[in-house]
Design a protein around this ligand. Structure first.
Ligand code: GDP
Length: 376
């Protein structure tokens, strides 16, 4: 080994002394050339050119689902420049909206919302309708992935041409998410979708948001799970324009009918809703597609009633008013909390309140005073 020249200027012996002619052991084979880190065959994907406002509106009006999808993405975007374009598109689409049935669908997880929406949706399509399925999913705020409105949950609908399915927007507060869904309704209606389903989970505050953007609020319930009113909050029962008891099939039929009777009794105890329509209760089976037409007969009776007594229009006007105030509240809050100076002050004040050095009221007043004086 001693006489091997380890520092030969050329040849692989300098790198691998084992390859020297005098070395008696195993030699090192030349390796293969390493591929480049970046795949040379990969071409940079072209960025989709941003459409102009009139291109968006034209595409939406023609019912082009790709353009509609892009416009909804703009509505959901947090970038201010996207928001500007989105608002212009919405304003231009507004004159073409309103000719639809907006139906909110709620129920606890497992009640059969996605199974039912799949068959309800097919019913709408078979009647010659065009359907959009949207969702408001409070859990998506935490999981950063929306569960409701997911195409994979609606096997039949997801392959139909006259259906637009959009999961819940996931970023932001419930108010922000709800506003985006509401704006998406405008775009869908301008694109010719005449039935809009807005799905939500019947466990939190999101029903109030959905209730404030739909004409009809349908509560999907189950029978035979012990307490027949299943912890569904009184408020949600009161919001419902109709209740349908799912899974009325097999040996569950009697229990479903019993639950329907109990719900009817419970609804009689509530005051008559402002629509003047006493909510009805029907039983059906989403999975076996039984009595789905009964559910739609119930919905149709409601629409006939409120169109005749003027409540349909009145409710939509009240919803417009509600959304005006909601938008103001949300934007004021967003602007306040995103102010860097306010953020800094709030951190400080929070420490002081926690340390009992200042009362919460005084701390809040200080921050608000600063904001009023310097920012408004
Ligand atoms: P969601 O969580 O409210 O969307 O509920 P799903 O639609 O995912 O349904 C929950 C479970 O109930 C699934 O296993 C469905 O197959 C089942 N299911 C839904 N509808 C019916 C029905 O009408 N009858 C029966 N027996 N099972 C159903």
């Amino acid at each position: 080994m001693d006489n091997i020249e380890l520092n030969k200027p050329c040849g692989c012996a300098s790198e691998h002394p084992e390859n020297d002619a005098q070395y008696a052991g195993l030699q090192v084979n030349a390796g293969i050339e390493q591929p480049p880190i970046v795949n040379p065959y990969m071409t940079r994907r072209k960025r989709r050119p941003q459409l102009t406002v009139s291109e968006y509106v034209e595409g939406i009006r023609k019912g082009n689902p790709a353009v509609l999808g892009q416009a909804v993405t703009l509505v959901e975007s947090l970038m201010p420049e996207h928001q500007l374009v989105a608002q212009e598109v919405i304003t231009k689409c507004l004159p073409f909206t309103g000719n639809s049935r907006r139906i909110g669908i709620t129920g606890v997880p497992g009640a059969g919302k996605s199974t039912s929406i799949d068959v309800f949706g097919m019913h709408v399509l078979n009647q010659g309708g065009k359907l959009a399925v949207l969702a408001i999913d409070p859990s998506s705020e935490r999981s950063k992935g929306s569960i409701l409105g997911d195409k994979t949950r609606m096997e039949k609908l997801s392959i139909q041409p006259n259906v637009f399915i959009r999961p819940s927007p996931s970023a932001g507060s419930l108010g922000g998410v709800a506003r985006k869904t509401r704006e998406t309704i405008v775009l869908c209606e301008a694109a010719g979708y005449d039935t809009i389903f807005v799905e939500t989970v019947g466990v939190g505050q999101s029903e109030t948001a959905v209730h404030s953007m739909v004409d009809y609020f349908l509560l999907i319930q189950l029978a035979g799970t012990g307490d027949e009113l299943q912890g569904i909050k009184r408020g949600i029962m009161e919001m419902a324009d109709g209740i349908c008891i799912n899974k009325c099939d097999g040996d569950n039929v009697d229990r479903a009918n019993l639950a329907a009777a109990q719900f009817r009794n419970a609804l009689h105890l509530f005051p008559l809703p402002p629509s003047g329509f006493l909510p009805e209760v029907v039983t059906y089976s989403g999975y076996y597609e039984l009595n789905v037409d009964k559910v739609f007969d119930m919905i149709d009776r409601y629409f006939e009633h409120v169109r005749a007594n003027g409540y349909f229009e009145e409710k939509r006007r009240m919803q417009e008013k509600y959304w005006m105030f909601e938008t103001i509240n949300e934007q004021l809050k967003a602007r306040f909390y995103s102010d860097p100076e306010v953020e800094r002050m709030l951190e400080l004040k929070e420490q002081m309140v926690l340390a009992n050095a200042q009362s919460s009221f005084v701390a809040a007043t200080d921050v608000l005073e600063f904001y009023y004086k310097n920012r408004i």
